[in-house]
Design a protein around this ligand. Sequence first.
Ligand code: NAD
Ligand code: MG
Length: 381
Amino acid sequence: MRNVTILGSTGSIGLNTLNVIEKHPDRFCVVALTAYSNVDLLAQQAIKFKVKHAVIGDEALYEDLKAALSGHEISCAAGEEAIVEATRIPADITMAAIVGMAGLPSLMAAIEQGGFIALANKEPLVAAGAQVLEVVERSGATLLPVDSEHNAIFQVFEKDNANAIERLILTASGGPFRDWSFEEMEKATPEQAVAHPNWTMGAKISVDSASMMNKALEVIEAHYLFEMPADKIEVLVHPQSVIHSMVEYNDGSVLSQMGASDMCTPITNILGWPRRIATPGEKLDLSKMSNLSFEQVDNARFPSIQMAYDALNSGQAACVSMNAANEIAVAAFLSHKIAFLDIYKIIREVLDKQETAPLKSLNDVFSYDKVARDIAESLIH
Ligand code: NAD
Ligand code: MG
């Protein structure tokens, strides 16, 4: 029996995690759940899975949560600090599924506890990779990648042959605007951007997929997770999303993991790891597939991937700026304040305007991130 805590249980990854857990009542017990604002769903989940503790991020919703849980033996709390504290309740696996840098404090606190960390929340690793890995090393925690590309690599990554690895090849669907012209993208609406052809995901990552900023973040994520230099990480567009990524070894072998476009597979892989257990999700039917294709990224229409390589080569500060500017720009785009292509403009301007600085501690990262956000906001309002 594994005890599981889910940070961000009401999101797309959170819901899929609970679907996997529901299929295996003999294997998993849910200890704590956290969410930001969806009290009703959080309370329903907490009651259904008989958790010990539920936390709502928005403090104004504390009374609502308390009322929804009355009569049940479930303690509850509210606020950012309460989310961090929830990670201290002993758990074997913590699913980090909050979106954005908002997940960094609770991710760090979960890592401090040791144990298994199922990492979906990529932004904290992009911005604070060095500090995250330092705490992983110190606490003895095991970081397990949930992001489908990194989970694919994780499944075919031969640790003992790490120095025989020539390339990590991250596949990208290309997102909903893969075939769109500049002119079309200029007018793209949030509704069009979140309509992903292959995956159903939260709003932020859906926009990131449309701008291919998601793949940019994933290049940096792969750099930290697999300790690979930027020049050994490549991106290839693979519109069918069947091959979730690949590792090329020096003997010419290219190993890949395939699966349906369903996050239940990587989530199940990680929750069961190192064992294999059954997914409640979709299975791949290759007989229905007539074509698997691969193409280079069009860096002119999708400048994001090159931004990630530049940021990696420039240093951690650039990774923080890029991520922070993107979070602000995506939120502004989703609330119809800026146009789709302004996302790139804002990221570029923040990178240009913010002086680089050596980031030694987590506090340095937080303050640098804050400055980047302020610059980005000033470009919007
Ligand atoms: P989502 O928007 O669907 O859910 C986000 C969750 O985080 C919700 O439970 C929400 O309540 C919580 N949350 C939001 N803001 C918060 C805050 N300020 N403080 C505390 N909690 C907060 O997002 P998602 O699509 O599930 O993605 C979660 C993370 O996983 C992201 O980092 C994303 O990049 C990554 N990821 C998602 C997918 C996917 O298929 N959805 C795939 C790979 C990686
Ligand atoms: Mg991914």
